[in-house]
Design a protein around this ligand. Sequence first.
Ligand code: NAP
Length: 207
Amino acid sequence: MSTVAVLGLGAMGRRMAKKLLEAGHDVVAYNRTGERARALEAEGATRAESPREAAARSDIVIGMVTDDDASRAVWLDANTGAIGGLREGAVAIESSTLTSAWVRELADAVTARGAGFLDAPVVGSRPQAEAGQLIYCVGGAAETLNKARGGLSAMGAAIHHVGPVAAGIATKLAVNALFGIQVAALGEMLGMVRKPPGRPAQRGRTS
Ligand SMILES: NC(=O)c1ccc[n+]([C@@H]2O[C@H](COP(=O)([O-])OP(=O)(O)OC[C@H]3O[C@@H](n4cnc5c(N)ncnc54)[C@H](OP(=O)(O)O)[C@@H]3O)[C@@H](O)[C@H]2O)c1
């Protein structure tokens, strides 16, 4: 069992943190808005006042925040960023959906500190997070993933090692694009069902 910091306790992060607790890991909880971390304290986590404090107490540090700006704030803030607290040999994991360029920049900063880095975004939403059934697409070194596998297994039903750093986020964005295409195709199909082929469109209506 590991001590795992979770940075970001929004819709996804707090459900993921609960699965870690249920699996028996020690969880150090940080959230910008403190009440969310206090709520998780009641479930057995310990609370950190900053991402740096959370990282300093943990073997694995997971980011689950909105976007690149939020990720930069929790990892690289000059005074409170997790990077300054990472222990040598710790594993830093970004599970937020981010850009490849930022993931690479963050990976360089983490490895310069002597820690390992994985980009490990997830496929699945709140129900899958609640059930520990997320699908991980992981980029990074195999030995780094092996160190973190126990923690990720508490939150995910499948862990796919898809390549080096940033391969995880590339895969996740490809999956999102595929979902987008499916939604667009569904819209076209619904239009076709409402106006079957061979039946002329009513005057003044568009498809
Ligand atoms: N929701 C889904 O179904 C889903 C599925 C797959 C992947 N994802 C990805 O997972 C990530 C998290 O999604 P979510 O649904 O959990 O989002 P959310 O509920 O909106 O939570 C966002 C989290 O980011 C924090 N945050 C935002 N800006 C910040 C900043 N500048 N500094 C520090 N913390 C900041 C928020 O803190 P506060 O509480 O203080 O606002 C909160 O903890 C996103 O990248 C999203 O694309 C989401």
